[in-house]
Design a protein around this ligand. Sequence first.
Ligand code: HXC
Length: 513
Amino acid sequence: MEDKLNFLQQRREIVHKGGGEKRIEEQHKKGKQTARERLEQFFDSGSFVEVGTFVQTGLEDASTLDIPLPGEGVVTGYGTIEGRLIYAFAQDFTVSGGSLGEMHAAKICRVMDLAAKNGAPFIGINDSGGARIQEGVMSLDGYGNIFYRNTVNSGVIPQISVIMGPSAGGAVYSPALTDFVFMVDNTSYMFITGPQVIKAVTGEDVTPEKLGGAKTHNDTSGVAHFRAKDESECLDMINKLLSYLPSNNLNDPPVLDPQEPTLPAEDLLTIVPDDANRPYDVVDVIKRVVDGSDFFQVHEHYAKNAVVGFARIMGRTVGIIANQAKFLAGCLDINSSDKIARFVRFCDCFNIPLVTFVDVPGYLPGVHQEYGGIIRHGAKILYAYSEATVPQISIILRKAYGGAYIAMNGRCLGADFAYAWPTAEIAVMGPEGATNIVFRKEIENSDNPEEERNKRVEEYRDRFANPYITAARGWLDDVIDPRDTREHLVKALDSLKDKFEDRPRKKHGNIPL
Ligand code: HXC
């Protein structure tokens, strides 16, 4: 027995050492932890249980300690985070650059299946040179098996990708199929083709960081949702995100003790300027409404004309969507449409109520937007809200013009309750544009066209651009004092907590992409 235990211990040590001391040191020099160190830091102390420790490609003689690729370059298993069951893999760059071969992929697929069967969130820590070149098509098949499971499990369990090293070639597509992508400054890169290939094909010179670093994918491409300055901050951010999420689509998110906002509701009387053309920060509004004034933004650096993220109201998770008047006057454009639609659909999959704060002058005009397909991108928001069956409440703060009034979850798209502040302006278009069309003749024929236009704009604003015409039709449930916004949300969400809405049976819809 003793001999066998010794042999077991030796095998285990080899696997645990991964690529060995030298490669571990190189990993540390790059500011990166090893796969095992990451899992150790991430999971509740001592809770991580490895699955498939001795998986190995092509083992024919098990009497020796010959393990060419310890752990196959990936550590897989489960554990708890804040007491909740989570399944995970962490690629081990010290073993063949974390490259993905047949058995590496099989290990990942096994924990993906276990996560789905047990209704637990799944987290993948990516640090890999991509398909293991020596294994050829076996690697490609491995990727395909992972993509398939990412898709089948989508909307069943939350899936989170963490990029903590290279993620190149087709390896980017598993993260792209998951719900949230985290990246770390200076050490993580995602690209389909790297700088050298780009140089050869197009002649463009670009650094890895500029091409596919954390800033690029958070600010410009929108591929990543979160950006951390180092690995430790990244793991804290993932923990925070998980705290808002249910474990699966049949569970509700965790409920915490209710907390009043720490910032005063009285400020809501002055944050939104009376002048409809002046900007402000809508996050200041959100923070005065939600528990503990704590708002966790998703996609914070991308399409800043919209704000989306998680918060709690009376201890329960809500998904918040808002127009951000500070950027592009809060207009909806291609990128913000994608951002909003994706977030709404995530919340709807996972039983998270939606609270929408509206201040939107319309869809962004421009040749670039039209050529880029604002029609099909803008349609995604309409589709996502119409499809959603979770509780939905909209609050119109200021402008709600044209198609964007509908898109920001007007009652017609399925909002359960809609409220407006007295400052709301709801109309088919803004007063200036409408006046130029409706009173064109009067303005042209006037002795003083400028004065006539101003007069007509004011008249239009007084008569039409207020919340009472909409309220008179019943499409607003009330016009409320801004300071009472939280109270209305608390009561409305409570009344909707057992909401059930059925839809016609179908395989799936066909969201415009
Ligand atoms: C096999 C690989 C590998 C790979 C790295 N290694 N990538 N082995 N297949 N894809 C090995 C290296 O040979 C080396 O082994 C060790 O990992 C560390 O790699 P280094 O190059 O020394 O590290 P570094 O300088 O940090 O560079 C990391 C890197 C680079 C940028 C990731 O290795 C690289 O460019 N790799 C190839 C990236 C790539 O083109 N991937 C796409 C593959 S195709 P030794 O033994 O010398 O230490 C693909 C398609 C998938 O992914 C399609 C799915 C649909």
